[in-house]
Design a protein. Structure first.
Length: 131
C-alpha cells in the first residue's frame, strides 16, 4: 500500500500523522478528501468493493503495525506470526481440545434446552390465539 508507506515515511520524519476514515454509510465528502495530503485505498474485489468501517480500520492498522515490526526487527520478521498471538498473557494458558469440547457440548445442551422452552412457549401462545 503506497499511501501507507507515505504515511510511514512521514512518521520517520517525526511528523504527526492522522488517518481519517469515512462514515460507514457514505464515506468522506469531496471537501473532506480534498483536505488530505495522501489517500489510502484498500484493494477490494471488483464485484463487491465495499468494506465496513471496522474492516477498513483493522486493515490499515494491521498494515501500519506490520511495517513498524519490519522496521523495528528487520526484514526477516516480515511474514512471521507475532509472538503475542502465540503466547497467552499474564500466566494464562491456551485451552486444550479436551477442555474445549466438553465446554462446547454443555453450551449446545443449554441452547437445545432454550430452544425447546422457546418452542413450547410459542406453542402455548399460538394455542391461546386459536381458542
Amino acid at each position: 500500500m503506497a499511501a501507507i508507506q507515505s504515511v510511514e515515511e512521514e512518521q520517520e520524519q517525526v511528523i504527526r500523522t492522522g488517518v481519517v476514515f469515512g462514515r460507514e454509510r457514505s464515506g468522506l465528502t469531496n471537501d473532506e478528501v480534498a483536505l488530505a495530503d495522501s489517500i489510502i485505498a484498500i484493494p477490494t474485489f471488483k464485484h463487491f468493493s465495499s468494506l465496513n468501517l471496522a474492516q477498513a480500520v483493522n486493515i490499515v492498522c494491521f498494515e501500519m503495525w506490520k511495517s513498524y515490526q519490519v522496521k523495528r526487527e528487520g526484514a526477516e520478521s516480515e511474514g512471521r506470526v507475532p509472538d503475542v498471538w502465540l503466547h497467552p498473557r499474564d500466566g494464562e494458558r491456551l485451552a486444550r481440545r479436551g477442555e474445549i469440547e466438553p465446554f462446547l457440548q454443555v453450551r449446545v445442551q443449554q441452547l437445545r434446552a432454550y430452544m425447546a422452552i422457546s418452542l413450547y412457549c410459542w406453542y402455548l401462545v399460538s394455542c391461546e390465539m386459536v381458542h
